[in-house]
Design a protein around this ligand. Structure first.
Ligand code: URA
Length: 210
């Protein structure tokens, strides 16, 4: 596995992912599990988050103690499935800012077309964590990160739930500098661009639109 792919093998994440893959799992349960996995993955993806020391007073004495500046983190949601990971992440980093990227693929040209893009100001001071549950072909992830890079964030990390080997290869061919955090690397893509064994259409399963 490439050095810049972090496979999150924690048993809690793996257990919840297995439940999410089950085809008869309800929308409510699927969404709740994704929320919980979002919290657990936030723990891994923020491991290198910088801290600074502040002076506090315990009941016994003064001390210098570490704190993080949550506002320096920006979660970048790739619409719409990325929304499913956001709330769990915000539970753990409540001070984070949130950006949104909306892209669709033109069916004729296959070029990614942007329909929404909104980031917080001063991105050059912020560490960006991109959220998109399914890294399938990787094309929309590549386009989203390309667009995000125009805002010059201090760092970029990419978080997904499932990745296909083809998507990882494509993504890192374009963005070798962006580490990917994933709960699983599945076997392959099928002819329709779905990850197999996968979990189906993440957006439809989160929002109950099918
Ligand atoms: N998007 C999804 O939601 N599921 C896949 O398997 C691939 C892309």
């Amino acid at each position: 596995m490439a050095a810049d792919v972090h496979h999150i093998t924690h048993p809690l994440v793996q257990h919840k992912l297995t439940l999410m893959r089950q085809k008869d799992r309800s929308t409510n349960s699927f969404r709740r599990l994704l929320h919980e996995i979002g919290m657990l993955m936030a723990y891994e993806v923020t491991r290198e988050m910088p801290t600074s020391l502040i002076e506090i007073e315990t009941p016994l004495e003064k001390m210098q103690a570490p704190v993080i500046d949550g506002k320096k983190t920006v979660f970048v949601v790739v619409m719409r499935a990325g929304d499913g990971l956001l709330d769990g992440m915000l539970d753990v980093v409540p001070g984070a800012r949130v950006g949104h990227i909306g892209l669709y693929r033109d069916p004729k040209t296959l070029v990614a077309v942007e329909y929404y893009f909104k980031m917080p100001h001063s991105m050059e001071d912020r560490d960006a964590i991109v959220l998109d549950p399914m890294l399938a072909t990787g094309n929309s992830a590549v386009a989203a990160v390309e667009r995000l890079k125009e805002t010059k964030p201090k760092s970029i990390r990419f978080v997904c739930l499932l990745a296909a080997p083809e998507g990882l290869k494509n993504f890192h061919a374009h963005h070798p500098d962006v580490p990917v955090y994933t709960a699983a690397i599945d076997r392959q893509l099928n002819d329709h661009g779905y990850i197999v064994p996968g979990l189906g259409d993440a957006g439809d399963r989160i929002f109950g639109t099918k």
